[in-house]
Design a protein around this ligand. Structure first.
Ligand SMILES: [Mn+2]
Length: 358
């Protein structure tokens, strides 16, 4: 177990009157143990408690030889893992449950009275995960540095006029060459009208003169995700498209400038959104400004009008304003930032100057 992380979790458990918790999400278990265990539909449960009698319940089909600093309780396919788990829990105390734990396990544990009440325990862990430690910050810097290089390679491929799908495939090769563990999410490469669809699924479209090209990509490296977007233009750019680009670029800048410890997420969202609205394009900025990122590309915690939490040092999230005018032009510019005392460190360094690819 990674003691420093576990201790942070235990402290919040204590303050929240959740003396015991079941963690089942492989990403959360990785965060706490440094080990990925992917057991499919078989139960995997890390039980942690304020008493310190932590245990990892794991099916024999997924042998983990190394010492993870937590006692392993093995079971096989002929046994009921929840019945085994229920023997170890404190039955008259509340139990935190992982938000992703399948209901059939939870219901069984409830039937066995494996706790005095059951609460969603994930928020405790998710909030700890939002603030990255120094090791994680470095891994995020490494993943983002690869993304800076990859976006450059992708932009240079545009004149080849490959369909979006082929571009996505080539990006997979780029990640492989760089030693990354593949995409952190399905890449978005959108030409022209497709660029105006924020979550466009890549298809067989090809680029046309005057198109904006949205490239929203990220890799996984050392189990951490990168995510950035750049928008460029092919051959020419209309005055209207240039105006839209410059507004998004300024909104991205204003969002980033607003970030510092103690500022509310909603105020960061507003810093970018209000500018776009002021310029008359508010209704075309249809999504939240950003999302937390780390082991998962969308970690807990979003940068949106409804999140009134204050940002804390070490949190990493995206700043990704966009303007999407259906059938016309789409522009998004996205960077990841690490919150610092006085501002933030921007993880992406690829230029945001308007590029016209010839
Ligand atoms: Mn993103």
């Amino acid at each position: 177990m990674i003691e420093e992380r576990l201790n942070k979790v235990l402290k919040i458990m204590e303050n929240s009157s959740v003396p015991q918790m079941i963690v089942s999400d492989p990403a959360a278990i990785y965060y706490l143990t440094g080990k990925w265990i992917l057991s499919g539909e078989r139960m995997l449960a890390l039980y942690i408690s304020l008493k310190g009698d932590n245990k990892l319940f794991i099916n024999e089909l997924f042998p983990v030889k190394e010492d993870l600093g937590v006692k392993k309780i093995w079971f096989n396919d002929t046994q009921s893992p929840v019945e085994i788990l229920a023997k170890y829990v404190i039955k008259d105390k509340p139990m935190g449950i992982d938000k992703n734990w399948p209901a059939h396990f939870l219901i069984k544990l409830m039937e066995l009275n494996g706790g005095s009440k059951f609460v969603n325990g994930s928020e405790i862990l998710d909030r700890v995960r939002m603030c990255k430690d120094e090791v994680e910050k470095d891994l995020m810097r490494i993943a983002s540095a690869l993304n800076d290089k990859a976006v450059d390679k992708m932009i240079k491929l545009i004149p080849k006029k490959y369909p979006e799908k082929k571009m996505g495939k080539l990006l997979g090769d780029i990640w492989e060459d760089m030693g990354a563990q593949g995409h952190s999410f399905d890449p978005i490469i959108g030409y022209g009208a497709n660029a105006a669809d924020p979550h466009h699924e890549i298809d067989e479209s090809t680029v046309k003169e005057g198109d904006s090209v949205v490239i929203d990509i990220g890799c996984k490296m050392n189990s951490y995700c990168s995510d950035m977007t750049r928008t460029v233009f092919y051959k020419t750019v209309s005055d209207h498209s240039r105006e839209v680009y410059n507004i998004v670029k300024e909104a991205n800048k204003r969002g980033i400038e607003k970030v510092k410890a103690g500022v509310r997420f909603c105020d960061i969202d507003a810093a970018a959104r209000d500018y776009i609205t002021e310029k008359g394009y508010g209704k075309y900025f249809t999504h939240r400004l950003g999302h937390s990122i780390g082991i998962e590309v969308h970690d807990f915690g979003d940068v949106s009008a409804s999140n009134t939490d204050k940002v804390q040092i070490g949190q990493i999230f995206s700043i990704e304003p966009g303007i999407y005018i259906p059938g016309d032009v789409g522009v998004r510019i996205e960077d990841l930032v690490i919150v610092t005392q006085d501002g933030c460190e921007v993880l992406n360094h690829y230029t945001k100057d308007l590029i016209i690819v010839k």
